[in-house]
Write a protein that binds this ligand. Structure first.
Ligand code: Z57
Length: 835
C-alpha cells in the first residue's frame, strides 16, 4: 500500500466519529452489515450488538496505540495471572470510561431506543466465582486508569459461573451460555496460538555441547488460542488487554488417527481438548481437587508464559532479563505452577543454567494469598501431579532440595520444621503444596487486608515468615470507584460532583471534602432523598420480578455474597426469626420496619450452603405472608446474584451485613462497595472490616462479636454451643421454631442438618456471637430512627472510604512489588507506526 492509501484509513469516519449523527449512522450501519437486520425486524439484542460494535470501533485507536507501547523494550509490563476475571458487563463502564455516555444516550434516543434497555441486554462474562475474580477485574480497571502497562492472563471458559434459579426455594443451577449470541468485546488471535503438553514421561539426554539435559515426551498436546478483550482506563488513552485462552485440538496431532481412517478418534481428540476450557469450577473457597482443574491451571499458565517469552524475545530481549520485562503476579495459588513452568521453559527449552533461571523466576513472581481457611489451601496428590506434569514434578523436587538445603542452615537440626516447609506434604498421602511453591518462587508475598496479612505470618505461612520476613507485605484490597460508585449510583455521584467537583473519580480520597457537609441540613436532605429514590427503584424491581411488595422507607438490611457457613447468613436468619418472635409475642410492638435482602450462590456440591438458601427462602415465605407482621418485616432472596444484578443493590442499602466469624474472611470487598455508597456496616473485627471501621470512625460502624483472640480461646477451652442454646431463651426459641417444622410445612427433617450442626458443633460460633449480634441490631434499629444522625453517619462513611479505592491498592503493588511506573499513551495515527 502507498502512504496515500494507508492515510485514507485515518479519515474521521463512521468508525471513529463522535457526533450524534455519526454515532446514529454507525449503529444503523452495524445493524445492517453485522447483524443483517432492518430496524423493523431487529431484536433488542441486535440493537445492543450494533451499539457494542459502535463503541468497540471507538476504543480501537486507544487499544492499538497502547499495545504498541508494550513492544518498547524498556517498558516493564505487569502480567496478572488469574484463573478468574469477574468483569461484569462491559458496555456501561466502557461508555463511562470513554466519556461518551451522554452522547451515546442521545444517539440511541434519536433512534427511538432507551440506552438502559440496551445495557440490560448484555450477558455478563461471569468468569469468576466471587471476591477473588472480581478483585482481578477491579485491578485490571485501575491498572488501565493509572496508565500502567499491564496484561491479564486467564481462561476463556465457554461456560462461566452457573445461573441460579430458585425452585420451591431451592437453588437450581442452569448453564451460563454467555457466548450464545456472540461476544462483541473479544478478538480471537489464532495466529498467536501456542502448544501446551500434558502427561507422558521424561528422558535424559546429552546435548551437542555434551551437557546433561532432560526432554519431556508428552502424551498429548493441546492448542491454546488467545482471545483479547480491551480494558479501557478512565479518561486516558491507555487500554490494556485481558488475554484469555481457549483450548483447541492441536491439528497436527490428529493427522495420524485421521490418516488411518479413524475419523471418529480424531474428532474425539478434538472434543477431549476442548473440554479443558469448557467450564469454570463453581467453588469459591474451598476448591475442588479435580484433575481437570489442574489441567486448566497448567494450561493457562503455560500459554501465558510462552506468550510473554515470545513478546520479550520479539522485542529483542534476552531471557536473562525476562524479569525486567515482566512482573508476574500470582492471584492465589491457582497459577502457582507457573514457578515450575517458567523454570522448565528457561532451563529445558531455552537452556539457561539452573541458577540463572532461578534468579529470573524469583525476581519475576509475586504471590497474593486470599485465604486462611486451611481446607482452601491447594494441594495436589503427588501421583496425579506426576502423571499430568512429570517434568514439573522433577523440577519441583529440584527446587525443593535446594530450598531445604538453604532452610536447613536456618533451622539447624529442626527436622520437623523442614517437613513443614517442604513443597511436598509427606505426613500421610503425599501432596504437592501449591502455596509453598508460590512462596519459594516469589520475591514478594502479600495478604489482602492488614489483619489477614498478620495472621498469614502467624499461621499458615509462619515457617516461611521466619525464613524470609522481608518477603512479606500487606496490600489491602480496593474496589474501583468507576463501577462501584460512578456507574452503579449516578444520582449520588452527581450530588457529590456538584459539591466537590469531579476529581474524586480518580482520587477517591477527595471524598473527604464531603465531611464538611455531614451536618449540613440541606445536603443531608438531598443525601436522604437520593437514598430513598434508589431504594424505590430496587423496590420496584423486586415488585416486578418477584412480586414482593417492600416499603422503601423501611431499613434495607442487605447481605449479598457467596453463601458459606463462615459468612454466617444463618446468623442473619436467626435475627430475623428473633424479631418475628417478638412480634408474635407482642403484636403491637414498636419496631423499625426492615427489609432483609439476601443474594448469593452456593457451590453446587455444598449441601449445607444450599440448605442455608432454603432456610432463608422458607423464612421469607412465612414472614412475608403473616398478616400479624403487618409488613414490618420483609425478607427477599434475590435470585442469580452476579455483577449485573449487584449494581443496583449496593446503592440501596442502609445496612451492610459483614458478619463472618473473626479470622475467616481474608478481606471482603463487598463491605467496601456498601460503605462507599453510604451504607452503615454491622460487622465483626474480620478482614478489611477492621480498617473500614478505623477509617470511617468507630462511632459510625456497628461492631459486635468475638475477636480472633476470643475465638481462639473459646475453641481451645472446648466450645460447647449446646450451653449457649440452653442459656439464651431468645436463641433457643428461634432455633426451636426452625426445628419444629414451622418454616417447612411441618417437616421437621428438612432443616435438621442445619440445626444439628449449630447446636452440636457450630464451627463458626454463631451461638457464641448471637446475643452480641442481636443487641447490636437493636442499637442499629434505634439509631435508624434518629434520621439526621443516621444520615450524618452515612455521609461520613462515603466521605472516608477513599483509601479503599483499587487505585490506591494498585499504586502500592506498583511501588512495592512490581516496580513499574505509568506511561501515557499517545494517539499516533496508524501511518506513523514504528518503522
Ligand atoms: C475467593 O473469592 C477468595 C479467597 C479465596 O481463597 C478463593 Br479460592 C476465592 C476471596 C476471599 O474470601 C475474600 O475475603 C477476599 O476479599 C477476596 O478473595 C479478594 O481478596
Amino acid at each position: 500500500m502507498t502512504t496515500e492509501q494507508t492515510q485514507s484509513i485515518q479519515v474521521e469516519d463512521d468508525r471513529s466519529g463522535l457526533g450524534i449523527e455519526t454515532l446514529r449512522r454507525a449503529i444503523a450501519d452495524n445493524l445492517f452489515y453485522l447483524q443483517g437486520k432492518w430496524p423493523e425486524i431487529a431484536t433488542l439484542n441486535d440493537f445492543y450488538m450494533a451499539l457494542a460494535n459502535t463503541v468497540r470501533d471507538r476504543l480501537m485507536p486507544r487499544w492499538l496505540n497502547t499495545i504498541r507501547n508494550y513492544r518498547r523494550s524498556e517498558v516493564r509490563v505487569v502480567a496478572y495471572l488469574s484463573a478468574e476475571f469477574l468483569l461484569g458487563p462491559h458496555l456501561g463502564i466502557k461508555l463511562i470510561n470513554l466519556g461518551i455516555e451522554e452522547l451515546v444516550r442521545q444517539a440511541v434516543a434519536d433512534s427511538g431506543l432507551a440506552l438502559e434497555d440496551l445495557l440490560a441486554q448484555e450477558e455478563e462474562p461471569g468468569l469468576g466465582n466471587g471476591g477473588l475474580g472480581r478483585l482481578a477485574a477491579c485491578y485490571m480497571e485501575s491498572l488501565a486508569t493509572l496508565e500502567i502497562p499491564a496484561i491479564g492472563y486467564g481462561i476463556r471458559y465457554e461456560f462461566g459461573i452457573f445461573d441460579q434459579e430458585l425452585r420451591d426455594g431451592w437453588q437450581v443451577e442452569v448453564t451460563d451460555k454467555w457466548l450464545q449470541y456472540g461476544n462483541p468485546w473479544e478478538i480471537p488471535r489464532p495466529e498467536s496460538a501456542v502448544m501446551v503438553r500434558f502427561g507422558g514421561r521424561t528422558e535424559a539426554y546429552t546435548d551437542d555441547e555434551g551437557a546433561y539435559r532432560v526432554r519431556w515426551i508428552p502424551a498429548r498436546v493441546v492448542k491454546g488460542v488467545p482471545y483479547d478483550t480491551p480494558i479501557v482506563g478512565y479518561y486516558v488513552n491507555t487500554t490494556n488487554t485481558l488475554r484469555l485462552w481457549r483450548a483447541e485440538a492441536a491439528e497436527s496431532f490428529n493427522f495420524q488417527a485421521f490418516n488411518q481412517g479413524d475419523y471418529y478418534g480424531a474428532v474425539d481428540q478434538k472434543i477431549y481438548s476442548e473440554n479443558l476450557t469448557k467450564v469454570l469450577y463453581p467453588n469459591d473457597e474451598p476448591l475442588q481437587g479435580k484433575q481437570l482443574r489442574l489441567e486448566q491451571q497448567y494450561f493457562f499458565v503455560s500459554c501465558a508464559l510462552q506468550d510473554m517469552i515470545r513478546l520479550h524475545r520479539g522485542a529483542g530481549g534476552d531471557l536473562r532479563q525476562f524479569h525486567q520485562k515482566f512482573a508476574v503476579q500470582l492471584n492465589d495459588t491457582h497459577p502457582a505452577v507457573a514457578v515450575a513452568e517458567l523454570m522448565r521453559l528457561l532451563v529445558d527449552e531455552h537452556r539457561l543454567p539452573w541458577d540463572a533461571a532461578w534468579e529470573v523466576s524469583q525476581s519475576t513472581f509475586g504471590f497474593t494469598n486470599h485465604t486462611l481457611l486451611p481446607e482452601a489451601l491447594e494441594k495436589w496428590p503427588l501421583p496425579l501431579f506426576g502423571s499430568l506434569l512429570p517434568r514439573h514434578l522433577e523440577i519441583i523436587y529440584e527446587i525443593n532440595q535446594r530450598f531445604l538445603d538453604q532452610a536447613r542452615v536456618h533451622f539447624l537440626g529442626d527436622s520437623q520444621k523442614l517437613a513443614q516447609l517442604s513443597l511436598i506434604d509427606e505426613s500421610g498421602e503425599r501432596y504437592v503444596r501449591m502455596a509453598h511453591l508460590a512462596c519459594v518462587g516469589s520475591h514478594a508475598i502479600n495478604g489482602v487486608a492488614e489483619l489477614h496479612s498478620e495472621l498469614l505470618k502467624q499461621t499458615v505461612l509462619k515457617d516461611f515468615y521466619q525464613l524470609w520476613p522481608q518477603k512479606f507485605q500487606n496490600k489491602t484490597n480496593g474496589v474501583t470507584p468507576r463501577r462501584w460508585l460512578l456507574l452503579c449510583n449516578p444520582r449520588l455521584s452527581q450530588l457529590i460532583t456538584e459539591h466537590i467537583g469531579t476529581d474524586w473519580v480518580c482520587q477517591l480520597e477527595q471524598l473527604r471534602q464531603l465531611e464538611a457537609y455531614a451536618e449540613d441540613r440541606e445536603f443531608q436532605r438531598q443525601w436522604r432523598q437520593i437514598k430513598r429514590a434508589v431504594k424505590q427503584d430496587l423496590a420496584d424491581h423486586i415488585q416486578q420480578t418477584l412480586n414482593i411488595a417492600i416499603n422503601p422507607d423501611s431499613l434495607f438490611d442487605i447481605q449479598v455474597k457467596r453463601i458459606h457457613e463462615y459468612k454466617r447468613q444463618h446468623l442473619n436468619v436467626l435475627h430475623i426469626i428473633t424479631l418475628y418472635n417478638r412480634i408474635r409475642r407482642n403484636p403491637d410492638i414498636d419496631i423499625v420496619p426492615r427489609t432483609f435482602i439476601f443474594g448469593g450462590k452456593a457451590a453446587p456440591g455444598y449441601i449445607m450452603a444450599k440448605l442455608m438458601i432454603k432456610v432463608i427462602t422458607s423464612v421469607a415465605e412465612v414472614v412475608n405472608n403473616d398478616p400479624q407482621v403487618c409488613d414490618r418485616i420483609k425478607v427477599v432472596f434475590l435470585p442469580d446474584y452476579n455483577v449485573t444484578n449487584s449494581q443496583p443493590v449496593y446503592p440501596a442499602a442502609d445496612l451492610s451485613e459483614q458478619i463472618s466469624t473473626a479470622g475467616k474472611e481474608a478481606s471482603g470487598t463487598g463491605n467496601m462497595k456498601f460503605s462507599l455508597n453510604g451504607a452503615l456496616t454491622i460487622g465483626t473485627l474480620d478482614g478489611a472490616n477492621v480498617e473500614i471501621r478505623q477509617a470511617v470512625g468507630a462511632e459510625n460502624f456497628f461492631l459486635f462479636g468475638l475477636t480472633i483472640e476470643e475465638v481462639q480461646q473459646l475453641q481451645e477451652s472446648g466450645y460447647n454451643p449446646w450451653d449457649y442454646y440452653n442459656r439464651t431463651p431468645d436463641l433457643k426459641e428461634a432455633i426451636n421454631l426452625i426445628n419444629s417444622g414451622f418454616f417447612s410445612h411441618g417437616n421437621r427433617e428438612l432443616f435438621k442438618p442445619l440445626v444439628d450442626s449449630l447446636v452440636y458443633d457450630d464451627p463458626y460460633l454463631l451461638l457464641a456471637d448471637y446475643s452480641a449480634y442481636i443487641d447490636c441490631q437493636d442499637t442499629v434499629g434505634q439509631r435508624f430512627r434518629e434520621t439526621d444522625t443516621w444520615t450524618r453517619m452515612s455521609i461520613l462513611n462515603s466521605a472516608r472510604m477513599g483509601y479503599f479505592s483499587s487505585d490506591r491498592a494498585i499504586r502500592e503493588y506498583c511501588q512495592d512489588i512490581w516496580h513499574v511506573t505509568p506511561i501515557s499513551v499517545q494517539l499516533k495515527p496508524y501511518v506513523q507506526a514504528d518503522a
